[in-house]
Design a protein around this ligand. Sequence first.
Ligand code: SF4
Ligand code: SF4
Length: 379
Amino acid sequence: MTAPGNPAEKYRFNSPMWRDKGLAARALEEMRALTAQVSGRTGKTVNIMEVCGTHTMAIASSGMRRLFPPGLKMLSGPGCPVCVTSQGDIDSVLALAALPDVTLATFGDMLKVKGSNGLDLNSMREKGADILVVYSPLDALAFARSNPLREVVFAGVGFETTAPLIAASVLRARKEKLKNFSVIAFFKLVPPALKLLLSDPKNNISGFLLPGHVSAIIGVEPYRFVARVHKVPCVITGFEPLDILAGINMLLRQLARGRAEVEDEYYRAVKKAGNPTALKLIAKVFNPVEASWRAIGRVKRSGLGFSPEFAGFDAARRFKIAYREAPEPRGCLCGAILMGRSQPPDCRLFAKACTPSSAVGPCMVSSEGACAAWFKYGG
Ligand code: SF4
Ligand code: SF4
Protein backbone atom coordinates (compact mmCIF):
# COMPACT_ATOMS: atom_id res chain seq x y z
CA MET A 1 0.00 0.00 0.00
CA THR A 2 1.29 3.47 -0.72
CA ALA A 3 0.29 6.75 0.83
CA PRO A 4 1.48 9.53 -1.45
CA GLY A 5 2.51 12.57 0.47
CA ASN A 6 3.09 10.68 3.71
CA PRO A 7 6.40 11.91 5.15
CA ALA A 8 7.40 8.31 5.88
CA GLU A 9 7.22 7.43 2.19
CA LYS A 10 10.73 8.52 1.35
CA TYR A 11 12.06 5.60 3.42
CA ARG A 12 9.97 3.01 1.57
CA PHE A 13 11.23 1.76 -1.74
CA ASN A 14 11.09 -1.99 -2.10
CA SER A 15 9.37 -3.56 0.84
CA PRO A 16 10.61 -5.38 2.89
CA MET A 17 13.63 -3.18 3.45
CA TRP A 18 13.25 -2.25 7.08
CA ARG A 19 16.86 -3.08 7.87
CA ASP A 20 18.58 -1.72 4.78
CA LYS A 21 21.95 -0.33 5.88
CA GLY A 22 22.20 2.19 3.04
CA LEU A 23 18.81 3.67 3.88
CA ALA A 24 19.70 3.71 7.57
CA ALA A 25 22.93 5.58 6.81
CA ARG A 26 20.97 8.18 4.81
CA ALA A 27 18.41 8.53 7.56
CA LEU A 28 21.17 9.04 10.13
CA GLU A 29 22.80 11.66 7.95
CA GLU A 30 19.51 13.52 7.74
CA MET A 31 19.06 13.14 11.49
CA ARG A 32 22.43 14.78 12.15
CA ALA A 33 21.60 17.74 9.94
CA LEU A 34 18.11 18.19 11.41
CA THR A 35 19.34 17.86 15.01
CA ALA A 36 22.04 20.46 14.38
CA GLN A 37 19.39 22.77 12.92
CA VAL A 38 16.97 22.35 15.84
CA SER A 39 19.45 22.35 18.71
CA GLY A 40 21.48 25.12 17.04
CA ARG A 41 18.40 27.33 17.05
CA THR A 42 17.24 26.55 20.59
CA GLY A 43 20.65 25.95 22.16
CA LYS A 44 19.17 22.86 23.84
CA THR A 45 19.33 19.10 23.49
CA VAL A 46 16.36 17.63 21.60
CA ASN A 47 14.60 15.26 24.03
CA ILE A 48 12.51 12.63 22.27
CA MET A 49 10.51 10.23 24.35
CA GLU A 50 9.83 6.75 23.02
CA VAL A 51 6.63 5.99 24.88
CA CYS A 52 6.55 2.27 24.10
CA GLY A 53 8.72 -0.41 25.72
CA THR A 54 9.16 -2.26 22.43
CA HIS A 55 10.66 0.88 20.91
CA THR A 56 13.04 1.06 23.88
CA MET A 57 14.14 -2.53 23.21
CA ALA A 58 14.39 -1.98 19.44
CA ILE A 59 16.55 1.14 19.90
CA ALA A 60 18.84 -0.71 22.33
CA SER A 61 19.10 -4.01 20.44
CA SER A 62 19.85 -2.40 17.08
CA GLY A 63 22.65 -0.34 18.65
CA MET A 64 21.28 2.78 16.98
CA ARG A 65 21.51 4.92 20.11
CA ARG A 66 25.31 5.04 19.69
CA LEU A 67 24.86 6.46 16.19
CA PHE A 68 22.53 9.28 17.21
CA PRO A 69 23.98 12.81 17.13
CA PRO A 70 25.01 14.24 20.53
CA GLY A 71 22.28 16.91 20.45
CA LEU A 72 19.58 14.23 20.43
CA LYS A 73 18.55 12.37 23.57
CA MET A 74 16.09 9.49 23.67
CA LEU A 75 14.06 9.11 26.87
CA SER A 76 12.13 5.98 27.80
CA GLY A 77 8.50 6.56 28.65
CA PRO A 78 5.62 4.95 30.51
CA GLY A 79 4.89 2.39 27.79
CA CYS A 80 5.93 -0.89 29.31
CA PRO A 81 2.85 -2.53 30.84
CA VAL A 82 4.75 -4.27 33.62
CA CYS A 83 6.84 -1.21 34.51
CA VAL A 84 3.85 1.09 35.05
CA THR A 85 1.93 -1.41 37.19
CA SER A 86 2.09 0.09 40.65
CA GLN A 87 3.47 -1.61 43.73
CA GLY A 88 -0.08 -1.63 45.13
CA ASP A 89 -1.36 -3.40 41.96
CA ILE A 90 1.38 -6.04 42.26
CA ASP A 91 0.51 -6.57 45.92
CA SER A 92 -3.14 -7.18 44.94
CA VAL A 93 -2.10 -9.78 42.35
CA LEU A 94 0.09 -11.52 44.95
CA ALA A 95 -2.79 -11.47 47.46
CA LEU A 96 -5.03 -13.21 44.91
CA ALA A 97 -2.33 -15.80 44.14
CA ALA A 98 -2.15 -16.60 47.86
CA LEU A 99 -5.84 -17.61 48.05
CA PRO A 100 -6.19 -21.41 48.33
CA ASP A 101 -8.92 -21.94 45.72
CA VAL A 102 -7.49 -19.54 43.16
CA THR A 103 -5.43 -20.30 40.06
CA LEU A 104 -3.75 -17.05 39.08
CA ALA A 105 -3.22 -16.88 35.31
CA THR A 106 -0.69 -14.35 34.06
CA PHE A 107 1.67 -13.41 31.25
CA GLY A 108 5.24 -14.60 32.02
CA ASP A 109 6.61 -11.05 32.39
CA MET A 110 4.78 -10.63 35.68
CA LEU A 111 6.46 -13.60 37.41
CA LYS A 112 9.53 -11.82 38.72
CA VAL A 113 8.08 -8.45 39.78
CA LYS A 114 8.44 -8.19 43.53
CA GLY A 115 5.66 -7.11 45.84
CA SER A 116 6.27 -4.90 48.84
CA ASN A 117 6.79 -8.04 50.97
CA GLY A 118 9.76 -9.02 48.77
CA LEU A 119 7.92 -11.99 47.24
CA ASP A 120 7.14 -12.48 43.56
CA LEU A 121 4.82 -14.91 41.76
CA ASN A 122 7.75 -17.21 40.98
CA SER A 123 8.70 -17.61 44.64
CA MET A 124 5.04 -18.00 45.61
CA ARG A 125 4.74 -20.78 43.06
CA GLU A 126 7.72 -22.54 44.66
CA LYS A 127 5.88 -22.27 47.97
CA GLY A 128 2.79 -23.96 46.49
CA ALA A 129 0.66 -21.15 45.01
CA ASP A 130 -1.20 -22.20 41.86
CA ILE A 131 0.14 -19.95 39.10
CA LEU A 132 -0.48 -20.56 35.44
CA VAL A 133 1.59 -18.80 32.76
CA VAL A 134 -0.51 -18.14 29.67
CA TYR A 135 0.02 -16.47 26.31
CA SER A 136 -3.55 -15.21 26.04
CA PRO A 137 -6.52 -14.66 28.34
CA LEU A 138 -8.29 -17.22 26.17
CA ASP A 139 -5.86 -19.85 27.54
CA ALA A 140 -6.96 -18.85 31.05
CA LEU A 141 -10.58 -19.16 29.97
CA ALA A 142 -9.94 -22.65 28.54
CA PHE A 143 -8.34 -23.65 31.85
CA ALA A 144 -11.37 -22.34 33.76
CA ARG A 145 -13.68 -24.31 31.48
CA SER A 146 -11.87 -27.58 32.11
CA ASN A 147 -11.33 -26.97 35.85
CA PRO A 148 -14.73 -25.93 37.16
CA LEU A 149 -13.70 -26.42 40.80
CA ARG A 150 -10.89 -23.84 40.59
CA GLU A 151 -11.45 -20.07 40.61
CA VAL A 152 -9.35 -18.79 37.71
CA VAL A 153 -8.23 -15.16 37.92
CA PHE A 154 -6.49 -13.51 35.01
CA ALA A 155 -4.01 -10.74 35.91
CA GLY A 156 -5.15 -8.00 33.51
CA VAL A 157 -2.23 -5.62 33.13
CA GLY A 158 -1.43 -3.75 29.94
CA PHE A 159 -2.64 -0.96 27.70
CA GLU A 160 -5.33 -0.49 25.07
CA THR A 161 -3.70 -3.39 23.20
CA THR A 162 -4.48 -6.15 25.70
CA ALA A 163 -7.86 -4.87 26.89
CA PRO A 164 -9.89 -5.91 23.77
CA LEU A 165 -8.82 -9.56 23.99
CA ILE A 166 -9.59 -9.64 27.70
CA ALA A 167 -12.98 -8.03 27.04
CA ALA A 168 -13.60 -10.74 24.42
CA SER A 169 -12.71 -13.48 26.94
CA VAL A 170 -15.12 -11.95 29.49
CA LEU A 171 -17.90 -11.87 26.90
CA ARG A 172 -17.16 -15.50 26.02
CA ALA A 173 -17.23 -16.48 29.72
CA ARG A 174 -20.60 -14.79 30.10
CA LYS A 175 -21.98 -16.50 27.01
CA GLU A 176 -20.81 -19.88 28.31
CA LYS A 177 -22.12 -19.07 31.80
CA LEU A 178 -18.69 -19.83 33.29
CA LYS A 179 -18.86 -19.00 36.98
CA ASN A 180 -15.18 -19.53 37.86
CA PHE A 181 -13.46 -16.96 35.64
CA SER A 182 -12.62 -13.38 36.65
CA VAL A 183 -10.05 -10.68 35.93
CA ILE A 184 -8.15 -8.29 38.19
CA ALA A 185 -8.26 -5.18 36.02
CA PHE A 186 -5.17 -2.96 36.10
CA PHE A 187 -5.28 -1.66 32.55
CA LYS A 188 -3.72 1.69 31.72
CA LEU A 189 -4.52 4.17 28.95
CA VAL A 190 -1.75 5.93 27.04
CA PRO A 191 -3.25 9.40 26.26
CA PRO A 192 -3.85 10.30 29.96
CA ALA A 193 -0.23 9.31 30.70
CA LEU A 194 0.96 11.74 28.02
CA LYS A 195 -1.23 14.44 29.51
CA LEU A 196 0.33 13.85 32.90
CA LEU A 197 3.86 13.96 31.48
CA LEU A 198 3.10 17.24 29.74
CA SER A 199 1.54 18.82 32.79
CA ASP A 200 4.93 18.95 34.53
CA PRO A 201 7.39 21.39 32.89
CA LYS A 202 10.28 19.58 34.58
CA ASN A 203 9.78 16.77 32.08
CA ASN A 204 10.96 18.87 29.11
CA ILE A 205 9.91 16.61 26.22
CA SER A 206 10.49 17.92 22.67
CA GLY A 207 8.47 15.23 20.88
CA PHE A 208 6.83 11.84 21.28
CA LEU A 209 7.52 8.67 19.33
CA LEU A 210 4.11 7.11 19.87
CA PRO A 211 3.42 3.38 20.31
CA GLY A 212 2.49 1.40 17.22
CA HIS A 213 0.27 -1.31 18.71
CA VAL A 214 -1.69 0.97 21.02
CA SER A 215 -2.28 3.33 18.10
CA ALA A 216 -3.48 0.47 15.90
CA ILE A 217 -6.33 0.17 18.43
CA ILE A 218 -7.09 3.79 19.32
CA GLY A 219 -6.13 5.50 16.05
CA VAL A 220 -4.76 9.01 15.65
CA GLU A 221 -7.43 11.27 17.16
CA PRO A 222 -6.80 10.65 20.91
CA TYR A 223 -3.32 12.22 20.59
CA ARG A 224 -4.43 15.46 18.92
CA PHE A 225 -4.46 17.40 22.22
CA VAL A 226 -0.70 16.83 22.57
CA ALA A 227 -0.04 18.79 19.41
CA ARG A 228 -2.91 21.27 19.65
CA VAL A 229 -2.84 22.16 23.34
CA HIS A 230 0.76 21.44 24.32
CA LYS A 231 2.37 22.18 20.93
CA VAL A 232 4.49 19.03 21.16
CA PRO A 233 4.92 17.06 17.91
CA CYS A 234 4.02 13.36 17.78
CA VAL A 235 4.79 10.55 15.36
CA ILE A 236 3.18 7.11 15.56
CA THR A 237 6.00 4.75 14.73
CA GLY A 238 6.54 1.10 13.81
CA PHE A 239 9.12 -1.18 15.36
CA GLU A 240 11.71 -1.89 12.66
CA PRO A 241 14.99 0.10 12.75
CA LEU A 242 14.03 2.15 9.69
CA ASP A 243 10.60 2.86 11.17
CA ILE A 244 12.28 4.32 14.22
CA LEU A 245 14.82 6.36 12.27
CA ALA A 246 12.05 7.65 9.99
CA GLY A 247 9.85 8.46 13.00
CA ILE A 248 12.61 10.45 14.70
CA ASN A 249 13.35 12.36 11.49
CA MET A 250 9.67 13.16 11.05
CA LEU A 251 9.69 14.62 14.57
CA LEU A 252 12.86 16.58 13.89
CA ARG A 253 11.37 17.97 10.67
CA GLN A 254 8.33 19.17 12.59
CA LEU A 255 10.58 20.80 15.20
CA ALA A 256 12.78 22.37 12.52
CA ARG A 257 9.75 23.93 10.87
CA GLY A 258 8.05 24.94 14.11
CA ARG A 259 5.14 22.54 13.50
CA ALA A 260 3.34 20.40 16.07
CA GLU A 261 1.15 17.69 14.53
CA VAL A 262 0.33 14.04 14.94
CA GLU A 263 1.87 12.13 12.03
CA ASP A 264 1.60 8.44 11.29
CA GLU A 265 4.80 6.73 10.17
CA TYR A 266 3.23 3.32 10.85
CA TYR A 267 0.33 3.82 8.48
CA ARG A 268 0.68 0.23 7.22
CA ALA A 269 -0.83 -0.87 10.56
CA VAL A 270 -2.42 2.24 12.09
CA LYS A 271 -5.56 3.71 10.62
CA LYS A 272 -6.96 7.12 11.52
CA ALA A 273 -9.96 5.64 13.35
CA GLY A 274 -7.97 2.77 14.92
CA ASN A 275 -9.71 -0.58 15.20
CA PRO A 276 -13.45 0.05 15.73
CA THR A 277 -14.17 -3.61 16.56
CA ALA A 278 -11.58 -3.63 19.35
CA LEU A 279 -12.78 -0.24 20.64
CA LYS A 280 -16.36 -1.53 20.77
CA LEU A 281 -15.24 -4.55 22.79
CA ILE A 282 -13.46 -2.29 25.30
CA ALA A 283 -16.46 0.05 25.58
CA LYS A 284 -18.85 -2.87 26.12
CA VAL A 285 -17.03 -4.39 29.07
CA PHE A 286 -14.99 -1.58 30.65
CA ASN A 287 -15.31 2.02 31.81
CA PRO A 288 -12.53 4.59 32.27
CA VAL A 289 -11.48 4.69 35.94
CA GLU A 290 -8.82 6.29 38.10
CA ALA A 291 -5.69 4.12 37.97
CA SER A 292 -2.51 3.95 39.98
CA TRP A 293 0.74 4.33 37.99
CA ARG A 294 4.06 3.24 39.45
CA ALA A 295 5.74 6.11 41.26
CA ILE A 296 3.39 8.56 39.56
CA GLY A 297 0.31 7.95 41.63
CA ARG A 298 -3.38 7.92 40.89
CA VAL A 299 -4.48 9.54 37.64
CA LYS A 300 -8.15 10.18 36.85
CA ARG A 301 -9.67 8.22 33.94
CA SER A 302 -6.26 6.73 33.08
CA GLY A 303 -7.28 3.09 33.47
CA LEU A 304 -10.07 0.66 32.68
CA GLY A 305 -12.34 -1.01 35.22
CA PHE A 306 -15.39 -3.19 34.78
CA SER A 307 -18.63 -1.49 33.84
CA PRO A 308 -21.53 -2.21 36.24
CA GLU A 309 -22.93 -4.80 33.81
CA PHE A 310 -19.75 -6.88 34.06
CA ALA A 311 -18.88 -6.20 37.72
CA GLY A 312 -19.36 -9.91 38.47
CA PHE A 313 -16.12 -10.59 36.57
CA ASP A 314 -14.11 -8.19 38.73
CA ALA A 315 -11.75 -10.36 40.81
CA ALA A 316 -11.01 -7.53 43.28
CA ARG A 317 -14.70 -7.39 44.11
CA ARG A 318 -15.30 -11.13 44.02
CA PHE A 319 -12.41 -11.86 46.44
CA LYS A 320 -12.68 -8.59 48.41
CA ILE A 321 -9.12 -7.51 47.64
CA ALA A 322 -8.72 -4.02 49.09
CA TYR A 323 -6.30 -1.80 47.16
CA ARG A 324 -3.45 -0.40 49.23
CA GLU A 325 -0.83 2.06 47.99
CA ALA A 326 2.71 0.83 48.65
CA PRO A 327 6.07 2.56 48.12
CA GLU A 328 8.55 1.55 45.43
CA PRO A 329 11.58 -0.54 46.45
CA ARG A 330 14.17 1.61 48.23
CA GLY A 331 16.64 3.28 45.89
CA CYS A 332 14.78 2.22 42.73
CA LEU A 333 14.44 4.98 40.11
CA CYS A 334 11.85 3.24 37.92
CA GLY A 335 9.36 6.09 38.47
CA ALA A 336 11.82 8.78 37.37
CA ILE A 337 12.81 6.65 34.37
CA LEU A 338 9.16 6.26 33.30
CA MET A 339 8.77 10.05 33.45
CA GLY A 340 11.87 10.54 31.28
CA ARG A 341 13.75 12.33 34.07
CA SER A 342 16.44 9.70 34.63
CA GLN A 343 18.29 7.08 32.60
CA PRO A 344 18.97 3.57 33.97
CA PRO A 345 22.66 4.19 34.82
CA ASP A 346 21.53 7.11 37.03
CA CYS A 347 20.19 4.51 39.46
CA ARG A 348 22.81 3.54 42.00
CA LEU A 349 21.46 -0.01 42.08
CA PHE A 350 21.80 -0.48 38.30
CA ALA A 351 23.97 -3.51 37.39
CA LYS A 352 25.01 -3.81 41.06
CA ALA A 353 22.20 -4.76 43.43
CA CYS A 354 19.79 -4.82 40.48
CA THR A 355 20.37 -7.15 37.50
CA PRO A 356 17.95 -9.21 35.36
CA SER A 357 18.68 -12.33 37.44
CA SER A 358 18.10 -10.45 40.69
CA ALA A 359 15.92 -7.47 39.79
CA VAL A 360 14.88 -4.85 42.33
CA GLY A 361 12.41 -2.91 40.15
CA PRO A 362 10.13 -3.79 37.23
CA CYS A 363 12.18 -1.82 34.66
CA MET A 364 14.85 -4.53 35.09
CA VAL A 365 12.34 -7.41 35.19
CA SER A 366 10.28 -6.70 32.12
CA SER A 367 11.48 -7.78 28.68
CA GLU A 368 10.42 -4.28 27.54
CA GLY A 369 11.90 -2.43 30.52
CA ALA A 370 14.39 0.42 30.06
CA CYS A 371 16.83 -0.97 32.64
CA ALA A 372 16.73 -4.47 31.12
CA ALA A 373 17.38 -2.97 27.65
CA TRP A 374 20.29 -0.87 28.93
CA PHE A 375 21.75 -3.80 30.90
CA LYS A 376 21.63 -6.17 27.94
CA TYR A 377 22.72 -3.88 25.11
CA GLY A 378 24.36 -0.87 26.77
CA GLY A 379 23.50 2.80 26.28
S1 SF4 B 1 1.69 -3.39 23.72
FE1 SF4 B 1 2.73 -2.78 21.87
S2 SF4 B 1 2.48 -0.59 21.77
FE2 SF4 B 1 1.97 -1.20 23.85
S3 SF4 B 1 3.82 -0.95 25.01
FE3 SF4 B 1 3.78 -3.06 24.33
S4 SF4 B 1 4.81 -3.07 22.39
FE4 SF4 B 1 4.35 -0.94 22.85
S1 SF4 C 1 18.22 -0.44 37.99
FE1 SF4 C 1 16.71 -1.63 39.10
S2 SF4 C 1 16.32 -0.50 40.94
FE2 SF4 C 1 17.30 0.89 39.50
S3 SF4 C 1 15.63 1.89 38.40
FE3 SF4 C 1 16.21 0.12 37.21
S4 SF4 C 1 14.84 -1.49 37.94
FE4 SF4 C 1 14.73 0.15 39.47
